[in-house]
Design a protein around this ligand. Sequence first.
Ligand code: GAP
Length: 543
Amino acid sequence: MSDDTTPATPAPAPVSMDNLVGLAKRRGFIFQSSEIYGGFNGFFDYGPLGAELKKNIRDCWWADMVRRRDDVVGIETSIIMHPKVWEASGHVAGFSDPLVDCKVSKQRYRADQLFWAEVVVKTLKPEHQAAFQEMTVQHGTAPALSMDYYEFKTVGYVSALESERTDAELQEKAAEFKRKKGIRGELVPFTMKDITEADFETVSLIPSPATGEPGSLTPPRAFNMMFQTNVGAMTDGSSVAYLRPETAQGMFVDFKNVVDTNRVKLPFGIAQIGKSFRNEITPRNFIFRSREFEQMEMEYFIHEDADWAKVHEEWIVWCESWLKSIGLPDSHLSRYTHPKEKLAFYSRGTVDIMFKYPFGVQELWGIAARGSYDLTQHADASGKSQEYFDEATKKKFVPHVIEPAVGVDRIFLAVLCAGYAEEAVTDDKGNTETRTVLRLSPRIAPVKVAVLPLLKNKEVLVARAQALHKKLQKRYAVFYDETAAIGRRYRRQDEIGTPWCVTIDFDTIEKPGDTFTLRDRDTMQQRRVTEAELFALLEEQVY
Ligand code: GAP
């Protein structure tokens, strides 16, 4: 329609978390959990558009990972499992993060996210000071001296929490510390460390980020992140159970059930989508790290002698290409290979697919080669063999596994970050305005098409629009809107990522062919299409 605008030079609008969080709230994608009670840290609600977008992410994954593959089956296991599951898996003993308490403020910090540095100043040794001054006067400039002429002194410590600019913050705090204390000399450049790298005595000298004063931080200790509950009427130690911290154990524990009841042959996978819970010490970056989140995991079982590295690489490639199929740009994706010395003893290799979020490059999807560790652990703990009988070789063995594990919420945040743009557009009267647009792939966009009658008081336009809306609604999430000027209605849809708007105008009614104006969100180009062409477009793009 002529009321739309045309793209001008995109305004340089860096995606900030504030803009994204603002949009998510304003348009009903994400709310704070229990907001009317002040919110609940680490928990979120998905509003109408968010629930739809999240469901689309899950549905695309399930369709591509399970239904469209012949070698993967899907299951759904319980959130609370027998506590022995978590003993066997190693979670009871070892699923912990290092925790530091501030005894004064009662704040808790993840030790590997709390950084510190020694404030060291360099001053000229007293015995060289007179000569130095003399030479400076003589030559009109300070002489360059070797390090032997100086003495170095630790004058204090500074601390800062992990962020995009931890290093800069520490430098600023060191300069401020020196200034406030009236310390003379030159600050020596430092390397920051996290608090797990501080010895007992040093911890007592590092200021708490909450109070700015030393003496209140405790040395790091292991904090188990599993949420505990009690099952049944007793609330003593015998009834303790856990909310699952990952969905993966469901696939291991049901491995035999799946093998015995389905005609699966190695290599094959078992996939699951479901909620997981972790009592994260510092939930942060919006939905990136929360305490209740959703995982999509798949355990791909392979022969013990299979070329695991090849299968591992194939799954990494699969995951990368799946992320691109739902609209994540190549430019924002990278790989991180975990160093061998940091892997768990049973792990053969882990590669994370990383995403460039506004707060830094962070893990999106972990793809781990876990050997036969999990099945072996469960076989030992339950006394039930987890061996697979290979018909071809007539041999029994415990299969090995490759595990792609990803969080739905992290993908959700990634598609918002990658899709969000503010750009300058010019209307046909020459006025420039900023449009907010969410470039979501049609595969996952919460609304696929908006149906808009040009005028709401023209019965004939409204009737045709409503008929089209009803027909589209049978297959797709669509939105009907007859309020406001057409340009404003387009803008509303741009902001929530609707790929197409269809306008029913006078040409629809008066000219032959029953065509509508189809307006593309990204190019803002318009063309006329028939109903059949519209359905063909949706069939091709929404899968
Ligand atoms: N079974 C293996 C496993 O759970 P993980 O790396 O701990 O591995 C897998 O988790 C994925 O789950 C992560 O790559 C991330 O996408 C997501 N995830 C983990 N912790 C999360 C949290 N606290 N909030 C949101 N997503 C999380």
